[in-house]
Design a protein around this ligand. Sequence first.
Ligand code: KG4
Length: 338
Amino acid sequence: MNITILGIESSCDDTSAAIITDGILRSNVIASQKVHEEFGGVVPELASRAHQQNIVPVIDAALKRAGIDKSELSAIAFTRGPGLLGSLLVGTSFAKGLSLGLRIPIVDVNHLHGHVLSHFVKQSPDDVVPEFPFLCLLISGGNSQIILVKSYSEMEILGQTIDDAAGEAFDKCAKVMGLPYPGGPHIDRLASEGDPKRFKFARPHIPALDYSFSGLKTSFLYTLRDEIKKDPDFIEKNKADLAASLQTTIIAILLDKLDKAVKLTGVKTIAIGGGVSANSGVRNAIAEYCDRHHLTAFIPQRQFTTDNAAMVAIAGYYKYLDKNFCPYDLPPFARVTI
Ligand code: KG4
């Protein structure tokens, strides 16, 4: 019998629904919320309201694109956390209600597990997936973590940021450059035209495998402050070089600790995930690093880097195979845990 999972993702500002049958993706629909752009960041209450408006049409579209009726679903997987509580509540409550109506089980998914397991979403049966154990560099707007992935359910965080996430470093520096939110993709675009060696920004000295990006952010701000005093048009004239130098520093920080983790664990497979893994410089740097060290790299398609329900559906699929269902009284959770 086929196992068909509906995945629902609503942890931040993207409402997404996906259908996966026996591990193969049949549809993945994402409704992004434009309402936050003018505020320069996600406004939680507006995000919850937009999820409420989007969730029915998004799930309907996912079912239609997959060409199935809701009666064919085996289970519903939903993101239970971490994320914005109000946003999570919309997806969680909808999943519970629909499962009661359809009399099928629900499976709760940790958003971070979803990002890690996005590499197991197959679009065709021949797609190659990582072998366990592998290291996952999970880099997003909220997290920067090196995770040792031992199985579909066993994951150990070897290192993580003690302050800002890599995505925050991109976004906050972009903001002071006057770029729109989220700034990461704008830095990426500008960086391709700039000189990555033009500016030197602070690199952290943090023990073990943890990350820190707040010092880099401060040194970026100080550089701008000092230079703008001399030339008010400094940013405009130098934005490509600023972006390239910033991106290169972030990549160097990420690779430094990843390299330590590889040496410490002896693991031969590296995967990346999360919004920042869409960055062209990061993708090239990881591919080159893995080539140089004879490691296997898993770099996700861009559609699976940001929040999406395909990753929730695949994580739910493996929990479903383990009969690891969710009781109805489990509430969403906001804080990071794995
Ligand atoms: O995983 P994600 O969609 O959700 C959050 O954790 O919020 O990640 C969003 C982050 C933002 O910081 C955004 O600027 C960053 O991913 N991002 C990028 C790129 N695309 C998205 N950062 C650098 N280069 C990109 N191309």
